[in-house]
Design a protein around this ligand. Structure first.
Ligand SMILES: [Ca+2]
Length: 415
């Protein structure tokens, strides 16, 4: 038995006992109509959608407090805000106007204020974590994970509580032959049922980064609440011990399978092959966009130069033991971003399935998975087209969606 999975399984029981309670979401809400799925005896759920927040600027991620009412939201170029139970919204951490200004925060391209996660003991310690682009270091600037403690009323940040727990996540500082700066920063952070923080990063359009075990880009990191490497990462010898898996392109979704706690990632492909992958500690995702015979690419980055054969998202010829994808979006590249598992009998036939948000393709895909984690089915949810930027199963076991371009947060209730 893999010791990490053993830990994950043990931790899942603790997590199940700590699920947030049900509760109304607090704020006045506007109905945005409903979408229905087929109501067959196969019991695919019918979905009702309600807009719970609107007017947001490039919202990126959300997290619910254990009270089931307080909702944290990040906006890429503004920072972290919280919507309190009375419906008021307080800007907590970010640009001017925030309770605590982060003068080092900047946004450029895909980077800025990205993921948010609440401490597993948030009810007791009011601690929250964000992933952000920072110019505290220069040439190159970096992405970092910042820990904050909130005041008891959640309206401000405890002075002096900012602690930057991971400061050396690569950021694409300058334009290269491929594209502009700020690309492929990853940015999702989630606590696993094992109590450790998982951090997804990107390859920065840098050819050597994904397979370089001394740098943190193109990886999934697994750390404790102080940013120290978690035990059981099984990082290959000589690698940075915070690395849980490597050989990724730009992971922006991570979720933990109910019943096993195994992490699954969702990842955007280059011009083919969006992937969902079941992770194993120390695993290689098989992405290696370096020059090779037959490809000679500007700035040495061949990520867009090949095809599924010459530049595969999972290169089993170079890395025979790489983690095979669970799903590859029918070899398409549609801007696959976030993912979350749907759990609970209210989801009927979708109980235990993985919801995957497609940003460019503007759809939500529901994946059935077999016991080994390989996809057995893929169906679109009957929801409006949107740039599905974040997915969270929240209070009441309902699905919460961040629709980035619309500037909205939705609640999706199954019936
Ligand atoms: Ca892969």
């Amino acid at each position: 038995m893999n010791p990490v999975l053993t830990t994950l399984r043990a931790g899942l029981l603790a997590s199940a006992l700590a699920l947030p309670g049900c509760g109304r979401s607090g704020a006045p809400e506007s109905s945005a109509g409903a979408a229905s799925a087929a109501t067959t005896s196969a019991a695919v759920p019918t979905l009702t959608r309600t807009v719970v927040m609107s007017g947001l600027s490039n919202p990126w991620d959300i997290a619910f407090a254990p009270d089931g009412q307080t909702l944290f939201v990040t906006e890429k170029c503004r920072g972290l805000s919280v919507r309190l139970a009375d419906g008021s919204v307080v800007r907590l951490f970010g640009t001017s106007g925030s309770a605590l200004v982060a003068p080092d925060l900047f946004c450029y391209g895909q980077s800025g204020m990205n993921g948010v996660a609440l401490d597993p003991d948030f009810a007791g310690n009011r601690t929250v974590y964000v992933y952000m682009a920072s110019n505290l270091r220069t040439h190159p600037r970096t992405n970092r994970v910042v820990r904050l403690v909130l005041a008891a009323d959640f309206r401000s940040v405890v002075p002096g509580s900012r602690t930057d727990i991971v400061t050396d996540i690569p950021f694409k500082d300058v334009r290269n032959a491929v594209a502009d700066a700020g690309a492929h920063s990853g940015g999702r952070i989630r606590f696993g049922p094992d109590g450790y923080l998982y951090i997804t990063t990107g390859d920065n359009h840098n050819a050597t980064l994904p397979q370089d075990l001394t740098r943190l880009g193109g990886k999934v990191l697994r750390v404790d609440r102080s940013g120290t490497a978690a035990p059981g990462n099984h990082t290959p010898s000589g690698g940075d011990p915070r690395i849980f898996t490597y050989g990724h392109r730009n992971v922006q979704g991570i979720a933990f399978r109910p019943g096993t706690g195994q992490p699954f990632t969702s990842e955007h492909g280059p011009n083919h092959s969006d992937e969902v992958t079941a992770l194993v500690a120390g695993g290689n995702g098989g992405w290696d966009p370096q020059n090779r015979p037959g490809l000679n690419c500007p700035d040495g980055y061949c990520g867009y130069a090949g095809n599924p054969t010459t530049m595969p998202m999972t290169d089993l010829a170079r890395f025979p033991s790489a983690m095979k994808p669970s799903w590859n979006n029918d070899a398409r590249s549609q801007g696959t971003g976030p993912c979350t598992f749907l759990s609970g009998t209210q989801w009927k036939a979708w109980d235990g399935r993985l919801a995957v948000g497609i940003m460019g393709g503007q759809r939500l895909v529901i994946l059935g998975l077999d016991a080994s984690g390989m996809a057995t089915s893929a169906a679109d949810a009957s929801l409006p087209a949107a740039r599905y930027r974040s997915l969270v199963q929240g209070p009441g076991g309902n699905l919460y969606v961040v629709a980035e371009k619309a500037g909205e947060v939705w609640r999706v209730v199954p019936h």
